[in-house]
Ligand binder design. Structure first.
Ligand code: SF4
Length: 468
């Protein structure tokens, strides 16, 4: 079977990149991208299960596709990939009453997707030739293809990925995680930690740079735990040096480092390598040492603040961002106050904050009752986000009048003649296309100096400095 595919992605950069891999695999198998869901012969939903809310999106989406199928009479192959697929496996078919899902493929079996789609398509067309009751019996039961086997092979054939971003390339360096933080489902959905060989990573970086990607984003669950399996001398800091040497690479980012693996060599690499963005995403999760211990985070509030101090001393202009959870089991009002005071102390450039939700298989789900009420979680996240918003606004206002280098990554869809990009610290900057042009497309991928004129909590506005 060939035809058109559509991929819908929920969740993190890892999932975005997995979708680029799925697109490449389906393209290599002869499929072309569809314009929309009505046009698609294969729909892949690449799921996220890191929060309950993210998981529920899958079921909502399946319901929408079912209604669409009834309206149009079309019956695309529906494949569920990603973390919910890995976590639920065949149980997904029971939860959806055996309807609509034809393929379930786990995070570690993406390479099997085209074959599973082919098998499902053959079974679907065979059942279509049956009549009446026979077809109803055969409609789903014999052929949902489920493959969630763990696989240690972290290689991915060079050249398969179809990158969705013209400016940046995601390059996975580590899959999985061994840390088992009490709240986190990732070790159960992405498996244990596996490192990609240095040679594979550098080959992919070179290929991406040759294809015009200016920014490389190195991805791993604990990206700075990297140790090359093919080179004992290559840890994460050494890998940054090697990527820095690749011609055509202009910027390097990485996500996400763990505070406890952020040592002097990494801080020096960020400080000394000009292509490495002056931005560190340092997930903290709570400001209370008591809660951090319950979370099994392996760093205390004091150690974290000490680390932030050392990073700031070495790199004064560094932007630091974080992830925060409120309402973890046992979090008291006093613990939450510690979170607020840590946020004030660090002055984060940006933050992803979430209300705690129970995730299957995790230590917290087995041993820690979800004791903070939903109302209290909501009150805490509202308070946290208000504090963070004030901090971001203040930090951004300080940038007004400064000139910053912006890597242009897109053209505004809403305002003609406006383009946007990011600073080294990862702040979004909007500004008119240089020279008063209306079409900004030719500027995408270029880095220009921009004078900041106005600031908001989430982005900046400016104009290109003269001579850009
Ligand atoms: S370090 Fe903790 S939060 Fe991060 S992926 Fe591993 S288990 Fe999850």
């Amino acid at each position: 079977m060939t035809g058109k595919f559509l991929i819908e992605t929920f969740g993190c950069q890892m999932n975005v990149h997995d979708s680029e891999r799925i697109a490449g695999l389906l393209h290599r198998a002869g499929y072309e991208p569809a314009d929309d869901e009505r046009d698609a012969d294969v729909i892949v939903i690449n799921t996220c299960s890191v929060r309950e809310h993210a998981e529920e999106k899958l079921y909502t989406r399946l319901g929408e596709l079912r209604v669409l199928g009834e309206e149009t009479g079309r019956r695309p192959i529906v494949a569920v990939a990603g973390c919910v697929a890995q976590q639920e496996g065949a149980a997904l078919l029971r939860r959806t009453n055996g309807q609509l899902i034809d393929v379930v493929v786990g995070t570690q079996r993406l390479k099997m997707l085209p074959m599973l789609v082919e098998k499902a398509a053959s079974a679907l067309s065979a059942s279509a030739s049956l009549a009446g009751a026979e077809r109803r019996r055969a409609a789903h039961a014999p052929f949902p293809e489920v493959d969630t086997s763990p696989l240690d092979d972290v290689s991915f054939p060079l050249g398969v990925v179809r990158r969705g971003d013209r400016v940046r390339a995601y390059v996975t360096i580590i899959e999985g995680c061994n840390d088992h933080c009490a709240f986190c489902v990732v070790p159960y959905t992405r498996g244990h930690e596996r490192m990609r060989p240095r040679a594979d990573i550098l080959a992919e970086v070179r290929e991406a740079a040759e294809a015009g990607r200016r920014e490389i984003q190195l991805l791993g669950q604990i990206v700075n735990h990297y140790q090359a399996p093919d080179d004992p001398a290559c840890d994460f800091a050494a890998l940054l040096v090697a990527v820095h040497e690749v011609a055509g690479v202009e910027r390097i980012r990485f996500a996400s480092p763990h505070p406890r693996h952020t040592g002097p060599a990494l801080i020096e690499a960020v400080r000394d390598l000009p292509k490495v963005c002056k931005h560190m995403h340092l997930p903290v999760q709570s400001g209370s040492t008591r809660v951090l211990q319950a979370m099994r985070r392996r760093h205390s509030r004091e150690e974290y603040l000490d680390l932030v101090g050392r990073i700031r001393a070495a790199i004064p202009d560094v932007a630091i961002s974080t992830d925060m959870i409120v309402g973890f089991p046992g979090e008291t009002a006093a613990d939450f106050d510690q979170t607020l005071s840590l946020v004030e102390a660090v002055q984060y450039e940006s933050m992803f904050s979430f209300k705690y939700s129970v995730r299957p298989n995790t230590l917290a789900s087995r041993r820690m009752p979800d004791g903070v009420s939903e109302g209290e979680k909501t009150a805490r996240i509202v308070a946290l986000q208000a504090v963070q918003r004030e901090i971001q606004t203040r930090l951004h206002e300080r940038a007004v009048g400064a000139t910053v280098d912006v890597l242009i990554d897109g053209v505004s869809r809403r305002r003609e003649g406006e383009i946007s990009g990011r600073t080294s610290g990862n702040t979004i900057v909007n500004f008119p296309v240089p020279g008063g042009e209306t079409d900004g497309e030719r500027w995408v991928g270029r880095t220009v100096p921009v004078v900041i004129r106005r600031a908001g909590p989430n982005s900046l506005w400016g104009e290109t400095a003269s001579g850009a």
